[in-house]
Design a protein around this ligand. Structure first.
Ligand SMILES: Nc1nc2c(ncn2[C@@H]2O[C@H](COP(=O)(O)OP(=O)(O)O)[C@@H](O)[C@H]2O)c(=O)[nH]1
Ligand SMILES: [Mg+2]
Length: 440
């Protein structure tokens, strides 16, 4: 899922981010790729079409630009894949906190029970497993094996055929644990028999939470399952096998549509292949932008400021460099800088070390900035040799280093302020000349 849909979406966004002319043709091409990626992920055609329509409308708006559009696409994807940030929190007060897993045959209940027990035991909860799958002959052994690997206490009964009797048998023992993951039996299809069994189990055991487990491969069919199981009441969904199929997108969308939240996703067969699901960071990762949020916010604030005062102070510069250091790597940043066309982008990549300022150096720059007057910070152009000597004495930073910082400042200022008009060849040639590098 992540690999494929992510790659296709990333291509589309790259197109937008690095387009030289922000025109209809480029937007159409990007939209076509987004559409293809989402359909491949088994997301409903109608939904995809309405998203594409929204993107095109947004792109036509007067204030539209690359950053805005990328942010818009991100926001819309988050909305259809899960909406607001939500997190499942275990309450330590209830003991044992019982989580019951439901689902059809082969969806990953048993594996997920063990994964979750492992997940929470690593987070300081004393967890145990309770096997109530009396339908599959090998179910207790499978759970035991997984429990052994995870070093988790496991309660199973290989003879007993009544799940409630098994529960009664271990009821007292599980009270010693913070958390008990309950594995239940599935069926080939969702039928009355299964729903009755679950209803009964829920009534007697009264689990704190009941999660439906679905495999990502079923794509948009997850909707029907989520609706069906909701008859007995579910508190959330876990989607497994997100690693093996592109259809996870469809599964996520369908779950969202039923009003159930997806709390975890399974991303492999191993015990640690489970992660808590947060729509916003999931989409950011999908789009290959580790910290898209921070970066976009930064761009936004810089752009807003520019519109009102069109000033770029040394402190802005300092913050910019710091953000770039945090976000890295360079090529990703370059794509996101306002006004950075693909031409400028590829040229910037050829200038080594512009943004790779060392932590130590950055500290000394800060000392120098702190030794300046307010006027100097806001209008670094006025800093001449005598001012440099004074700042150097006051901050114990060498004059050469202050000069170097001012050189960087001018460069970044040029890039940041060149949004309208965009960076063109002449600016890059100027930059190249300053740094004595041949980049063309
Ligand atoms: N690749 C992958 N395989 C998984 C994942 N979760 C479960 N499986 C596999 O799916 C198969 C069925 O899982 P199982 O837990 O036995 O399903 P159950 O019948 O619902 O209990 C097993 O081979 C698991 O190893 C996952 O997140 N990724
Ligand atoms: Mg099982």
């Amino acid at each position: 899922m992540l690999d494929r849909i992510g790659k296709n979406l990333r291509n589309a966004l790259q197109k937008i981010a690095t387009s030289i002319f922000f025109n209809t043709k480029e937007i159409d091409e990007a939209c076509y790729e987004i559409k293809r990626a989402l359909l491949e992920a088994d997301i409903d055609l109608e939904l995809v079409d309405s998203l594409i329509k929204k993107i095109k409308e947004e792109a036509r708006k007067e204030k539209a630009n690359r950053e805005h559009l990328i942010k818009f696409i991100h926001k819309e994807l988050v909305e259809i894949l899960g909406g607001e940030t939500h997190e499942f929190k275990l309450e330590k007060k209830v003991k044992p906190y019982k989580i019951m897993l439901l689902g059809l045959y082969g969806c990953g209940k048993t594996t997920t029970a063990a994964k979750l027990a492992f997940y929470y035991s690593k987070r300081g909860f004393k967890a145990c497993l309770l096997g109530l799958d009396v339908h599959r002959p090998a179910a207790p052994e499978q759970l035991e094996q997984l429990a052994e690997k995870a070093k988790i206490t496991c309660f199973v009964d290989k003879e007993e055929k009544n799940p409630l009797a098994i529960y009664e048998k271990f009821k007292e023992k599980i009270k010693k644990f913070d958390l008990c993951l309950i594995d239940t039996a599935g069926r080939d299809v969702l039928n009355k028999d299964l729903l009755e069994e679950i209803r009964l189990l829920k009534e007697v055991i009264k689990p704190e939470k009941t999660f439906l487990v679905v495999a990502a491969d079923i794509g948009k069919a997850a909707k029907k399952q989520a609706q069906g199981f909701n008859e007995v009441g579910i508190d959330g969904i876990i989607i497994t096998r997100m690693d093996g199929t592109a259809k996870g997108g469809g599964a996520l969308v369908s779950c969202k549509e039923t009003g159930s939240k997806v709390f975890f996703i399974g991303t492999g067969e191993k015990l640690h292949d489970i992660e808590s699901f947060d729509p916003a960071s999931f989409v950011s990762r999908l789009l290959g932008m580790g910290d898209l949020k921070t970066l976009l916010e930064k761009i936004e604030s810089v752009s807003e400021k520019k519109q009102t005062e069109r000033k770029f102070t040394l402190l802005d510069f300092y913050e910019q460099i710091k953000t770039m250091q945090k976000i890295g790597p360079l090529d990703k940043i370059a794509e996101m800088i306002p006004g950075m066309g693909s031409f400028a982008h590829s040229a910037i990549k050829k200038i080594p070390n512009i943004f790779e300022v060392q932590e130590e150096k950055l500290k000394r720059w800060r000392y120098a900035i702190d030794s300046m007057t307010k006027e100097e910070r806001e209008n670094p152009e006025i800093i001449d040799s005598s001012r440099i000597s004074r700042i150097s004495r006051g901050s114990h930073v060498s004059a050469a280093e202050i000069r170097e910082m001012l050189k960087y400042y001018k460069l970044i200022k040029e890039i940041v302020q060149s949004r309208e008009p965009r960076i063109d060849k002449s600016i890059l040639q100027k930059i190249a000349k300053k740094f004595g590098k041949k980049i063309f």
